[in-house]
Ligand binder design. Structure first.
Ligand code: MG
Length: 246
């Protein structure tokens, strides 16, 4: 879908709200803080900015952010889990401003983390930016996944297959999907005004996943660490414009 200027303006504003949620939650991450504490901070930002949550009640999801520690990949439900020294925690957040959506995620360490955890986070974030660089007019959408996969696999890691990025606009998840790997075809040709959420999930071990009994929490099958970084980005005549930054 091609978005008009006024639509892009609203998405830009939604993106700023998501970036603020990232800043506020990141600043609060330390041992002893619960994932519900982080959710409550995110809810305060949404209220202060007159934004609505696109996560709350999405297929019944009970919170405004997803909080996924360690071997949990995505979709963790905030609760009484207390962050521990050495954990990594993935925070996925979204906002709706005047009907338009923003969506972004990051992974952060709690206190001092292992060298493996640090490297995983660095590689995953770098893979996101390698993908973002492919969002140029005339490019092909699946070059994004090819670039993400190359960075992750060169580092010896694997890219999750079952969960992918997506177009975004008046809905959080719009078509087409944005795989984080090369799916075997170049995909749609990119035009100015298209907006995508690119969101690599990178695992230290294999890319296999399973879902906990809560029907939400997605885990690595082998119990090894996973990281998740995401931005909402517009394709423009001047190159990719990332909306979910402060
Ligand atoms: Mg997303």
């Amino acid at each position: 879908m091609i978005r008009k200027k006024d639509e892009l303006d609203k998405m830009r504003r939604a993106g700023k709200v998501v970036a603020e949620i990232h800043d506020v939650t990141r600043a609060a991450i330390r041992p002893g803080v619960t994932t519900m504490d982080l959710n409550n901070l995110a809810a305060e930002v949404l209220a202060k900015r007159n934004a609505r949550s696109n996560f709350l009640n999405y297929h019944g999801f009970p919170a405004v952010i997803c909080t996924s520690p360690n071997d949990m990949i995505v979709h963790g439900i905030p609760g009484d889990y207390e962050l521990q020294e050495g954990d990594i925690i993935s925070i996925d957040a979204g906002a709706i401003v005047e009907g338009y959506h923003g969506d972004a995620a990051y992974t952060a360490g709690v206190g001092e983390v292992s060298a493996t955890a640090k490297r995983l986070m660095e590689v995953t974030e770098r893979s996101l930016w390698a993908g973002i660089d492919k969002l140029v007019v005339g490019g092909r959408l699946h070059e994004v996944g090819r670039a993400v996969q190359e960075v992750a696999e060169k580092a010896g890691y694997s890219v999750v297959r079952e969960y992918v990025g997506h177009a975004i606009g008046t809905e959080m998840h719009e078509s087409p999907q944005v795989p984080n790997y090369w799916p075997g075809s170049p995909g749609p040709t990119l035009k100015a005004g298209m907006v995508y959420a690119v969101e690599p999930m990178v695992n230290v071990g294999s890319y296999e996943t399973y879902v906990l009994d809560d029907d939400w929490s997605v885990m690595t099958e082998d119990g090894m660490l996973s990281a998740h970084f995401e931005h909402t980005i517009a394709v423009t005549e001047n190159g990719p414009e990332v909306f979910t930054v402060a």
